[in-house]
Write a protein that binds this ligand. Structure first.
Ligand code: SIN
Length: 309
């Protein structure tokens, strides 16, 4: 088996494929299972100040080509994750704590307490599309900058930011300038494509209950959007800011495409929920075979090598 380890912000990952925040990572049992699996890291569910049940069910549905969700940040609350981090650190892989909140104050309080527990990295989630009445912070560059500057001051472990997809080069450029001023250590791109709508024509209904059926899209259908965002930020930072690519990874070839666009590693959401923990071994086997066939000795050897016409 090829060595698929990578280094991001000075932290070594035994494999370049890990779970995406949100996918099978809410409870202690799920997090420990990720620790025992072939996942390259343990990424926690985005944590909030208080424990949350999340939005009413049904709130996740897969369909041919992808999934729609409006989970509403169900999680144990940051204090429970703070207690779990020492146990999660005993597995031979990095722990990434995903931090969310409903105000700048929340983010600062949580990030500061979680940083004290020494996760290997912190991912600041500025892109949850599913809280009624709360727009995604990542679509407001000024609010994002204010928040990240405050969080940066209390975080000493490598700190990254999970962004929503952008659809215009002007937005990529504006966000990249902002991120350069904040000094983040890595980017996670992208969160779900927010506020899609899936319709069941037979029953003439929406397929999830929250927000009138609107929810975040994941899976195969968002891969081109994810790849475009990885590529755009890779180019804007001239390859100097590590990127974890998320969106549409179902096969080893999808991982390879993310690497070519500039990702150092990938996260899997929809396919992990649909297939379970065995997906990590399958993706590693497929990626290893593809890299060998193409003559690349490691994931790092093909990073960013996408050719333009
Ligand atoms: C959710 O819990 O609603 C998903 C979180 C996210 O997309 O950031």
């Amino acid at each position: 088996m090829m060595d698929l380890s990578v280094t991001i912000a000075g932290v070594r990952f035994p494999s370049c494929v890990m779970n995406a925040a949100g996918a099978l990572c809410v409870t202690r049992e799920e997090l420990v299972a990720l620790g025992r699996s072939r996942a390259g890291a343990i990424v926690t569910k985005s944590m909030t100040l208080e424990p949350r049940q999340g939005n009413p069910e049904p709130r996740y549905k897969s369909f041919p080509g992808g999934s729609i969700n409006s989970m509403g940040l169900p999680n144990l609350g940051y204090q429970a994750y703070a207690q779990l981090i020492p146990e999660l650190r005993t597995f031979q892989k990095p722990v990434i704590a995903s931090v969310a909140g409903f105000s700048e104050e929340d983010f600062v309080t949580i990030a500061s307490a979680i940083n004290a527990c020494r996760p290997d990295l912190i991912e600041v989630n500025l892109s949850c599309p599913n809280i009624p009445g709360k727009p995604q912070i990542g679509y407001d560059a000024e609010a994002s900058e204010r928040l990240l500057k405050r969080v940066r001051k209390v975080v000493s472990v490598p700190m990254g930011v999970k962004l929503p997809p952008y659809f215009d080069p002007a937005h990529h450029e504006h966000m990249a300038r902002m991120l350069g001023r904040v000094e983040v250590d890595f980017l996670s791109l992208i969160n779900s494509v927010g506020n899609g709508l899936v319709v069941d024509s037979e029953t003439e209904t929406v397929v999830i209950k929250p927000k009138g059926g609107f929810g975040g899209l994941g899976g195969t259908l968002i891969k081109p959007v994810a790849l475009a965002n990885v590529r755009a930020f890779w180019k804007l930072f001239e390859g100097r800011l590590p990127i974890i690519g998320t969106g549409g990874v179902v096969s080893g070839a999808d991982v390879f495409e993310h690497l070519l666009c500039g990702a150092s590693a990938v996260q899997v959401g929809t396919v992990l929920v649909e297939e379970g923990l065995g997906v990590f071994e399958r993706l590693e086997t497929e990626l290893g075979a593809l890299l060998r066939q193409k003559g690349y000795p490691s994931p790092e050897a093909c990073r960013g090598k996408l050719k333009e016409l």
